[in-house]
Design a protein. Structure first.
Length: 66
């Protein structure tokens, strides 16, 4: 899932630090997600999607497969 978030971060030239400030999620937590150490909760995914200005649907790995 994080790969899809990373695509949006890259597309918007946004750093994890900036995403942290916009979401209120600790940057260490976001780095844990990016390294695959942990998975974001639904609540945090909503915050991330809102900060990036995209729908949660953007982060579905099965999007377009049925």
């Amino acid at each position: 899932m994080w790969e899809l978030v990373q695509k949006q971060l890259d597309k918007q030239s946004m750093s994890i630090y900036r995403l942290s400030k916009l979401t209120g999620i600790l940057d260490n937590t976001l780095y844990s997600y990016s390294r695959g150490i942990s998975e974001p909760s639904f609540t945090n995914m909503v915050k991330i999607a809102d900060a990036l200005g995209v729908s949660l649907d953007e982060f579905r790995s099965d999007k377009g497969n049925g």
